[in-house]
Ligand binder design. Sequence first.
Ligand code: FE2
Length: 264
Amino acid sequence: MSRNNNNPLIQKIAKQAYMTFKGLKCSANGDSKVFAEKQDKLVSLVTPLRAADLKIAPRKNKSTSGTSEPDSPPVTYMHICETDVFSMGIFLLGTGASIPLHDHPGMNGMLKVLYGKVSISCFDKQESCQTASAAPPCFETPVAPFQNASLRRSLLRSVDEYSENSGPCLLTPLRDNLHQIDAVDGPAAFLDILAPPYDPDDGRDCHYYKVLKTVADPDIPVMNNQELQEDDKGKEKEKWLLEIPQPEDFWCGGEPYPGPVVSV
Ligand SMILES: [Fe+2]
């Protein structure tokens, strides 16, 4: 992939993201042929993207800010651009940091690691749990009656590791729409494209979840991605999720994006 200072790769990615997702209905699952071709083009541009293209580099300290301040954020976001069609930015994760399990309602997405390594657990939200066959099992920590409305049946589809040499991780409104992202073996950063952007006023707010451990599955861990990976790699498995407030140990700081200017 040639690097042209007058037309940087990230600018090409932004233009292609706009073309790929423009006019795509929120409810579409992205499986039409035309969309697939446009998405393939976007994947081919995003795959060779590296940290140096965006003028970022791994940071030595535990925090993403490069300092050892105790109150520095575990995760930092660098905003690149946003239109009504898509948003694009960079998430920086400090050593050991996680972005807890969350959803992207009605949205498509593409995540490309820029440096370091992340483990991503992807879930599908299942249909309504009102049918008898979908009755919730017994959970190791009982769910209070008032929490029943916050229970979600889901399918754990994959737990995989991604590095800068991996292709992007994709999500659609119906497939892999929920994910948890853990930094592995040091700090990590990834480009995040979401289409359309989060917009609570249009039904696209971010919700957080925790995986519930069931009595019937004593070996299934509660939340840890590494343990999930060992237990569930390569298998699709039903999981029950509880919608929770944003975890107290997770918050996201902000920093200016230092890379090439992007205009869409
Ligand atoms: Fe996400």
